[in-house]
Design a protein around this ligand. Sequence first.
Ligand code: SF4
Ligand code: SF4
Length: 162
Amino acid sequence: MNEPIIDGNCGIMCGYHCCRSHEDEASLGMYLLPLEYEAIQKDRGVDFEVHSSYDYEIHGAKKLFYIFCNNNSGCLRNYRPVQCRTYPLEPHFEDGQLKMIIEKNQLHTCPLIENKDIWRKEFIKGIYAGWELLLTLEPVSRYIEALSEKRKDYLSYVKPVD
Ligand code: SF4
Ligand code: SF4
């Protein structure tokens, strides 16, 4: 899950739109996968909140870490969360089969969504392979299955790859 989506830096196309911290704006956090904080982010000193399913609309997990990307130190690319690596693809289970989808109800629109012909094949292959591996972890697959179930209620989606 370390392959860039296109040749070059796609952030230049959109002013790093999907990154969660922008100067002069309130920081937005992002949810980590179950186990991701303990496996990767724990020793990095990132700011985080712990959100429990009692207080937040969380499905498929009792609690999730919600971290804030620190704009001052820039992107520590090798440690960036899975959410940053997989975007704009999301894993989705349909009839027990794993598919990659693009959610349509995004807060912002990635210019690459309408330009899938310039996506690198290595990116798509890497994202699939990464998710297949991650989904062998039971807490991760339970979480993604719950999100897939929830998604059916409110979302139409496109399938970018067969
Ligand atoms: S919104 Fe799309 S083009 Fe912009 S940085 Fe994110 S992935 Fe790249
Ligand atoms: S970790 Fe990197 S890619 Fe992810 S939001 Fe922060 S700056 Fe953007």
